[in-house]
Design a protein around this ligand. Structure first.
Ligand SMILES: C[S@@+](CC[C@H](N)C(=O)[O-])C[C@H]1O[C@@H](n2cnc3c(N)ncnc32)[C@H](O)[C@@H]1O
Length: 266
């Protein structure tokens, strides 16, 4: 085959691939809209290779499908469900602070587990307080402070006012800063968020309490882990099934908090 034929073939091939991508994208968009995932559907319009890949993976993801079936606001619910199934951190009657709670899937799990909506009349009723920079749609059994920055001292005061007894038994943090794509910087910013939360823990968390936070593995991870080991009796690193294999995301679960200060220390 001559050079011209090869060029024509390769042009035709790339046009076909582009048309195929666009067809696939249109189908994906329609599917996302049918499933009420309008934000994802909007992203789909940009149609870059990376977005196309993200979309294809998203639509095939069994946790995305399961979240839809079980009415969780997003797939991350399954991370907390697994941590709780394995480590029993949520029980009826406990007070939970959910930091970085939007859109609210962890809060949904927490409400069920601590009986915050009082659905089970034979069990103690717990309390779930969620905080996020973003708006969170109302959820029965949960109280939300939003938009609010967890690291702002005014938010800490509001949290203390709202938590029964001014403290939580369990502090959850699935917080994630807006990723810049610069791995080291994103890692430092996430560790910084966990660090700020730990600085607040003496005013927030009961002695004996539990702290679960998301981190992205990196150079500062050991420093955070070391601090957790000083302040809690036990620290574990967890990678739930729903946490994508290719992501550096890991969760640190620290139990039996040793420190507390202030008049409401018990
Ligand atoms: C991965 S999402 C959390 C998903 C949530 N666990 C769920 O299951 O629905 C991370 C959230 O952290 C929030 N976030 C990041 N920095 C924050 C801060 N300083 N204060 C409050 N929320 C923050 C973001 O706005 C974002 O909604």
């Amino acid at each position: 085959m001559g050079g011209c034929g090869r060029e024509a073939n390769s042009r035709r091939g790339s046009e076909e691939r582009r048309a195929g991508r666009e067809r696939c994208c249109r189908l994906a968009c329609a599917s996302l809209q049918r499933h009420g995932l309008h934000t994802a559907a909007r992203h789909c319009k940009a149609r870059t290779g990376a977005e196309h890949l993200w979309l294809t993976r998203h639509l095939k993801d069994p946790f995305v499908k399961a979240a839809k079936v079980e009415s969780y606001r997003c797939r991350s619910a399954f991370k907390l469900l697994e941590v709780d199934r394995r480590h029993r951190i949520l029980r009826p009657g406990l007070r939970v602070l959910d930091c970085g709670a939007a859109p609210g899937a962890w809060s949904q799990v927490a409400v069920q587990r601590v009986n915050a909506a009082g659905t089970d009349p034979s069990s103690p009723v717990g309390f779930v307080l969620g905080v996020d920079l973003l708006h969170i749609a109302p959820l029965g059994g949960a109280t939300f402070v939003c938009p609010a920055d967890v690291t702002d001292p005014r938010t800490l005061q509001r949290i203390q006012e709202l938590l029964p007894g001014g403290r939580a038994d369990v502090v959850l943090s699935d917080m994630a800063p807006n990723a810049t794509g610069i791995r080291g910087l994103d890692h430092d910013r996430l560790i910084g968020l966990c660090w700020s939360l730990l600085d607040m823990a003496p005013d927030l968390l009961c002695p004996g309490g539990t702290f679960l936070c998301k981190t992205w593995a990196g150079s500062q991870s050991h420093r955070l882990q070391k601090r957790l080991m000083e302040e809690f009796q036990s620290v574990r690193t967890l990678k739930p099934e729903a946490s994508r294999k290719e992501s550096s995301e890991v969760y640190l679960l620290a139990t039996q908090y040793r420190r507390a200060r202030g008049p409401r220390g018990a």
